[in-house]
Every structure is written in C-alpha cells, then in structure tokens.
Design a protein around this ligand. Structure first.
Ligand code: DX5
Ligand code: ZN
Length: 218
C-alpha cells in the first residue's frame, strides 16, 4: 500500500484556519489529523466540537480524529455529527475497549486505537481484528513539537507481525515527532500513515514539505 500523510491541524495557525485547511486540501496530503485534548487524559486542552465543525466545513479529505480524552464513549455520536470519518480512542482511556470500538463502528466511522509510548503492543492481541487503525504514539501525547521516541520502530515491527498473523486489516499510524529524517525508516518498519504537525506547519513551504513526505520511497 502507498503510505498516507496526515498533517496535524494542531500545529496550524488557528487565526488562519481556513487558509491552512485549504493548503491541506490542495496538497498531496491524504487525511486531516485532528487532535482533541481534554486537560485530564493529557495535560493540555486543544479544541472541541465547534472548531472541528469549522474544519469540516472546508475540509475535502478524510477527517482522522484522535481523542486524547477520558471516557470517550460520552462523545462518540457528537464526533460523528461534526464530521469524523475515523475516530481513534486511547487504549489507556477505555475500560471497555471492545464495546467502545463497536459503538464507533455503529455510527459508521472507522475505529482506531492509540497506544502511549509505554503501552505494549500485546494488549491489542484480543481486539486487533476489530480495529481499523492503530495509532502508535511516538511522543507522550499532549503537545506538538516533541522529539521522536526511538523505541517506536520496534513497536511497529511487533504490531505489523500481530496484524499479519491475526488477519487484521488495521493500518499502522505513527504520531509524534515525524520528519524527513525518520519517515523512511518508519515506512521500512511497516508504517502506513505518517502524522506530521510541526514539521509541516513550521516549514517555509508546508505544501512542499507534505509532498516530500509523500514521495519518500522505501
Ligand atoms: C500529540 C498529538 C500529535 C501532534 C503531533 O499529542 O497527538 O498529533 O500534533 O505533532 P508533531 O508532529 O509536532 O510531533
Ligand atoms: Zn494525534
């Protein structure tokens, strides 16, 4: 499969959000990656429904919504209503993960599970066939602009192995500290989707930076 690029809107200029959404529309990016933080599961608060609705109004690509919130079951229907196509919850925030995944799919969305850097791949063994996307956090969630954690490569290889052995169709997404230095190695290890926030939006030409990530070949 050709790899996908998902720029993280967290790093966009919120005072020029429409401009940055249009930039992604016209770029080689595949998805919009949208980070929701509640100040409880992670120390930071990002944005909620009204902002996602505003993004959706202009976005012409898949809305990949990453929930860094406690007890996400409370809001599954709301995220569907504001335009999420893929809804990713954290393993660490879900007591009844299987039920949560079924509830996401019942709303017609694809179901994703994110793992913190310290959470082993093995916890997904009994649920991997119910997952459309596994988001491996390559930084501790909560903030953009952090350094990539090298242990991620090992986890990608382990996850790829679990997916192949179980017959799951889950995609592997890498989130945090992705740049032109680690993109190739991440794809070689087995990544399908690369999220990039700061690397895209802090660059001089975000459109070209996205094209560069998209053209990385292995
Ligand atoms: C981190 C978020 C990431 C973040 C990535 O908690 O989940 O999606 O926006 O930003 P960069 O690419 O700057 O690490
Ligand atoms: Zn994210």
């Amino acid at each position: 499969m050709e790899h996908l690029i998902a720029p993280s809107v967290l790093a966009a200029d919120f005072a020029n959000l429409q401009r940055d959404v249009e930039m992604i529309n016209h770029s080689e990016a595949d998805w919009f990656h949208i980070d929701v933080m509640d100040g409880l599961f992670v120390p930071n608060i990002s944005f909620g429904m009204p902002v996602i609705k505003a993004i959706k109004k202009h976005a012409q690509k898949t809305m990949d919504v990453h929930l860094m919130i406690e007890n996400p079951d409370r809001y599954i229907v709301d995220f569907k209503n504001v335009g999420a196509d893929i809804l990713t919850v954290h393993y660490e925030a879900c007591t009844h993960l299987h039920r949560t995944l079924q509830a996401i799919k019942a709303e017609g969305m694809q179901a994703g599970v994110a793992l913190n850097p310290h959470t082993p791949i093995a916890v997904l063994e009994d649920v991997i066939r119910d997952i459309d996307l596994v988001c491996l956090m390559s930084v501790n969630p909560g903030f953009g602009g952090q350094s990539f954690i090298e242990n991620t490569y090992k986890k990608i290889i382990q996850l790829k192995d679990l997916i192949e052995k179980s017959g799951s169709t889950a995609k592997i997404e890498i989130d945090g500290g992705v740049n032109d230095k680690n993109a190739g190695k991440l794809l070689v290890a087995g990544a399908d989707v690369l999220v990039a926030g700061s690397f895209v939006f802090k660059s001089d030409n975000p459109t070209e930076t996205i094209a560069g990530l998209k053209s990385v070949s292995i």
